[in-house]
Design a protein around this ligand. Structure first.
Ligand code: GLN
Length: 322
């Protein structure tokens, strides 16, 4: 029966969380934003959101954490929805860089300094600056309301994490000043930075990430609510960006060896949007969303244990889109 099949999928998720949890010792919680260092490095939670409305959960799936870079995906979709994709792409390109997410080198090296893509900090700060309104709170609104529509609850901004990032955002400030100088920011430096840092501090769980990625997987349609939440063409570009730029400067390896559109954040979250894959009875036969949380990250900034689960999942259930 359907219930039994889902039960065995959940058991499989449990097995993975226990199998890969010890590997978190190979990573460390991010500390350059001091508040992120307070997370428990041994946490590992995994969720799958199935289009039939089921959410399969294992490990610490209900621990709240801040989205960090995963918010870049929401920011991009929200900006494209309210400003139009052309307007957004006038100010940010869709090319991978192979550099660290907070790298400043290409803004100076490639005139006129257009940020390469919305999944690196320079691009995301630019996208945040474009959102309508003058006050940071107004600009944040489309991001929060898109999440509220999908999750059925208004997500919170973790003020402690926001303050911690705000006070230490030296590199992001440099990026923003560079962007402003070259004419790419559509708002003041401090306003753009505040929107960006607040969106990074939006709190979610692995379950929330699974639901969000389910909607992205289904081209913007939310099967839980039976509604189109985001225009199709925006989610197609978003998935291409996730595949080519979503896992920082490990995106190429992810595409090569896992092969799913995914986005990570330095707080240890990963979400992956899976198109229909596998035979009858397979968990992703009708597509689905994956949400993972494991705060111990590697040198590049990706969750160590989370990445291992995602890789095994992709192999086990044949999720590689290639
Ligand atoms: N808020 C973080 C920063 O800008 C997000 C980075 C990330 O998750 N890679 O540094």
């Amino acid at each position: 029966t359907l219930g039994e099949i889902e039960c065995s999928f959940t058991q499989q998720l449990h097995q993975w969380t226990e199998q890969f949890r010890p590997y978190s010792a190979q990573g460390k919680c991010a500390a350059y934003i001091p508040a992120l260092a307070e997370a428990n490095p041994e946490h590992l939670g995994v969720c799958i959101a199935h289009p039939n409305g089921q959410v399969m959960k294992a490990g610490e799936w209900d621990i709240p954490f801040t989205m960090q870079s995963i918010s870049k995906v929401i920011g991009f979709m929200a900006a494209c929805s309210v400003c139009g994709m052309e307007e957004v792409l006038n100010r940010v390109d869709v090319e991978p860089t192979g550099d660290a997410f907070n790298s400043i080198i290409r803004l100076e090296a490639h005139k006129p300094g257009k940020p390469f893509n919305p999944m690196i900090n320079a691009g995301a700060i630019t996208v945040s600056s474009l959102l309508p309104g003058k006050e940071p709170a107004d600009k944040l609104e489309p991001i929060l309301s898109l999440l509220e529509k999908i999750l059925g609850k208004r997500p919170l901004v973790n003020e402690n994490v926001f303050k911690s990032e705000w006070e230490t955002a030296y590199l992001n400030r440099s990026l923003a000043y560079y962007l402003k100088q070259n004419g790419f920011l559509a708002a003041g430096v401090e306003e753009a930075l505040e929107v960006y840092s607040r969106q990074c501090s939006i709190q979610v769980t692995a379950e929330d990430l699974a639901k969000i990625s389910l909607v992205i997987a289904d081209d913007g349609f939310d099967p839980f609510q039976g509604k189109q939440m985001i225009p199709r063409r925006i989610t197609k570009v978003t998935k291409a960006l996730m595949l080519t730029c979503g896992m920082y400067n490990a995106s190429g390896k992810l595409a090569a060896f896992v092969g799913v559109p995914a986005k990570s954040g330095v707080s240890g979250g990963i979400m992956a949007a899976i198109p229909p894959r596998g035979r009858r009875g397979a968990p992703f036969q009708e597509g689905g969303g994956i949400g993972i949380y494991g705060p111990a990250i590697d040198q590049v900034g990706n969750s160590v244990s989370g990445l291992m689960v995602l890789k095994d999942m992709a192999e086990h259930w044949d999720l590689n889109i290639f």
